[in-house]
Ligand binder design. Structure first.
Ligand code: WTA
Length: 649
């Protein structure tokens, strides 16, 4: 976002007060800010009290060895028991946990908490039967079907940390994640449905397995039959879910795990090539996600909540699986993608009250026109959430008016894979929302915007977003790499967590997020690393050098734009070179990383010390006047690139 747009934004003077009824009856009221400020640990301890513990903790927070935090030290807890058993024990076994809606119309299943408990128990027994023990890692590569939730909770139950790999990632990406975290078992499906047709998953697992160097890795693959398509089968390795799980006992005595027992590893793009394995542990993560889910969405007993995220991302983990289920919520889970009126049909049919999605989706619907949502009765909605990228004021207002009938507050929630829980957001019963601002840190969270010297910038100024105090769902480290954890997040300024985002404080001290300040792009709310895509391009035999930038895109926020230099031996690369390279990136990383645009160039703009000046390439990709070129080793390079780009697209 340019400074110009930003200053326009910050003169935004529309305000939306919370609806009176919601304000009067809100789960969390204004007093919470002061209460948390006066005793942060006591505040989080009371949030933890909402969960069922075995042994209570002796100490709320151990921060004696920063940046390695321990929360609820000495406490024991089981995440799966908190997400299922305790609701059944409280007499809510018949409450619907998941209204699951498959992509093919009429393919639906309602699953109650009692049924979920049985399924999770069976799956836990089946995993134990396959040799999975507490502490072993399990990779999950599945479509949006109920079994993915069952699989995650079964892993949590036996204390086997899961790593869910988004189904859109390639075999290579899956293999590298299995290797990095040492996953012994993989849970997958034959395929899932994408845009009306079955799309295979098992072949990617088969291919990933051939790339593994250690026989202990992925020694068993548990396969759900979803589409019924043909799959290759290895009798020693592959096991059908419907044989192993359906025949297992529904009695499973869960063990209580230490509050700091690893719950899962979620890989995310960093500013260097190799994805980072973000480690989350049990007690603090569950406290942070369940509390904020209840707080920010103002969850009530009879709400029907729907988060549209895929379970392969952190939003799916925190706000589709662990947060809502720990709170005993009824939710919608949809296998498909947003097509025309299908989402709004679901809102109407299931009387969805709380809805959580990403700005990219909202902008897409805006483009399609309001006639589509206007054809449905969405009067059940009472609150709307946004996550994943900055929401521009126009999209915010459209969302509020067209989807929310001008009565639902919009909560713009800022957080990250690393933070585990929502950190900055309006409180729906307290805050007068400003379109485009995530407003301020939630009670119990300490955020600030600082300059290069770690000084608060003060109201009216911009800088870097930092977090100043530990919080329960914070990442504990990067899997197997404590040094990289320290370097990445804690080394820039002593004692401050650096989020990688730029932000501004407006005159009222409210926070406006400005996007990443590192080499991470945000495409449709998905994090992609420029370096990772550059390495994928350079691994193609015809490519000598590559530079990737995220260029502003009206719908997806940012889009991947690549500049490549071909090897001499490749000549002009051939007619289909661009398509060939796009496919190559999809194969190496996944379809989401495919560049929107690839320009074949003769040179890249470099400084005298050889650093590529991505800023200038971004100017080209965004069709802007190219900025200051005086530090370039050869300033004519940009003229060459520009003449090239005006001829292509
Ligand atoms: C961006 C997704 C502006 C931000 C939960 C962050 C946002 C990255 C917002 C994390 C928001 C997320 N406003 N930007 N409300 N929410 N971001 O790890 O750049 O996939 O650092 O977690 O998304 O992406 P991640």
């Amino acid at each position: 976002m340019s400074e110009q747009t930003l200053s326009n934004l910050m003169h935004e003077d529309r305000r939306f007060e919370p609806p009176a009824g919601l304000a009067a009856d809100a789960n969390v009221k204004e007093e919470a800010y002061a209460r948390a400020d006066s005793d942060r640990e006591a505040f989080w301890a009371s949030a933890a009290e909402r969960l069922d513990w075995g042994q209570k903790w002796d100490q709320v927070l151990d921060w004696s060895n920063p940046p390695f935090a321990k929360w609820f030290v000495g406490g024991t807890i089981n995440a799966s028991v908190n997400c299922v058993d305790r609701h059944v024990d409280a007499g809510n076994g018949d409450k619907v946990a998941l209204h699951w809606i498959g992509e093919p119309e009429d393919d639906t299943r309602d699953i109650t908490y009692a049924q979920l408990k049985d399924e999770v128990s069976k799956a836990a027994n089946a995993l134990t039967g396959l040799g999975v023990q507490k502490g072993d890692r399990v990779a999950i590569y599945m479509p949006m079907i109920p079994e993915v939730v069952v699989a995650m909770l079964a892993c949590a139950r036996i204390g086997a940390p899961h790593t869910v790999v988004f189904g859109g990632f390639s075999a290579d990406a899956l293999a590298s994640r299995i290797t990095d975290c040492g996953a012994k078992v993989v849970i997958t499906a034959d395929g899932g449905y994408r845009r009306g047709a079955p799309s295979a998953l098992k072949p990617a697992v088969d291919e990933a397995v051939t790339k593994l160097e250690d026989d202990e890795l992925a020694s068993k693959v548990l396969v759900v039959r979803r589409t019924g398509q043909d799959v290759d089968w290895d009798d020693d390795r592959d096991v059908w879910w419907h044989e192993a799980v359906d025949n297992a006992s529904a009695d499973h005595e869960p063990e209580l795990h230490d509050a700091e027992h690893p719950l899962f590893v979620m890989y995310t793009s960093g500013s260097t090539g190799k994805p980072k394995g973000i480690l989350h542990t049990t007690g603090g993560y569950l406290t942070g996600t369940s509390f904020t889910h209840w707080e920010v969405f103002d969850l009530k007993d009879d709400d029907v909540y729907w988060c549209t995220a895929d379970v392969g991302w952190i939003t799916g983990h925190s706000y589709m699986v662990y947060g809502p289920l720990a709170n005993g919520a009824t939710q919608v889970m949809f296998e498909g993608t947003p097509e025309k009126g299908r989402w709004w049909q679901i809102v109407q049919d299931y009387k969805v009250t709380l809805f959580y999605t990403a700005p990219t989706a909202i902008r897409t619907f805006m483009k399609q026109g309001r006639e589509i949502p206007d054809a449905y009765d969405m009067s059940s909605l009472r609150l709307l959430g946004s996550v994943g990228e900055p929401i521009n004021p126009e999209a915010y207002v459209w969302y509020r008016e067209v989807i929310g009938g001008d009565r639902c507050p919009v909560v713009d929630t800022w957080w990250q894979t690393e933070t585990g829980q929502i950190m900055i957001s309006p409180l729906p019963g307290v805050t007068a929302g400003k379109p485009g601002s995530a407003m301020k840190a939630l009670p119990g969270i300490a955020a600030d915007v600082v300059d290069d010297d770690a000084q608060s910038v003060g109201n009216g100024n911009g800088g870097y977003l930092v977090l100043k105090e530990p919080w329960p769902a914070m990442l504990r480290t990067l899997w197997g790499d404590d040094e990289r954890f320290k370097d990445t997040y804690w080394s820039r300024w002593k004692g401050l967590y650096f989020a990688g985002d730029g932000a501004k404080l407006d005159d009222d001290g409210d926070i406006w997020l400005l996007g990443r300040v590192d080499d991470v792009m945000n495409v449709s709310g998905h994090r992609l690393s420029t370096t990772e895509i550059e390495s994928a391009l350079v691994s193609h035999p015809k490519v000598a050098e590559a530079a990737v930038v995220g260029a502003a895109d009206e719908t997806t926020g940012q889009a991947v734009c690549a500049f490549v230099i071909l090897r001499d031996s490749a000549g002009d690369g051939g007619e289909d070179i661009v398509e060939e390279l796009r496919k190559h990136v999809a194969k190496e990383i996944g379809a989401i990383a495919k560049p929107r645009q690839i320009m074949v160039v003769a040179e890249l703009p470099k400084t005298r010390s050889g650093k590529i000046m991505r800023r200038l390439l971004k100017d080209v990709a965004e069709d802007r006047e190219v900025g200051d070129v005086t530090t370039l080793a050869d300033s004519t390079v940009m003229d060459l690139i520009k003449s090239k780009s005006s001829g292509s697209s």
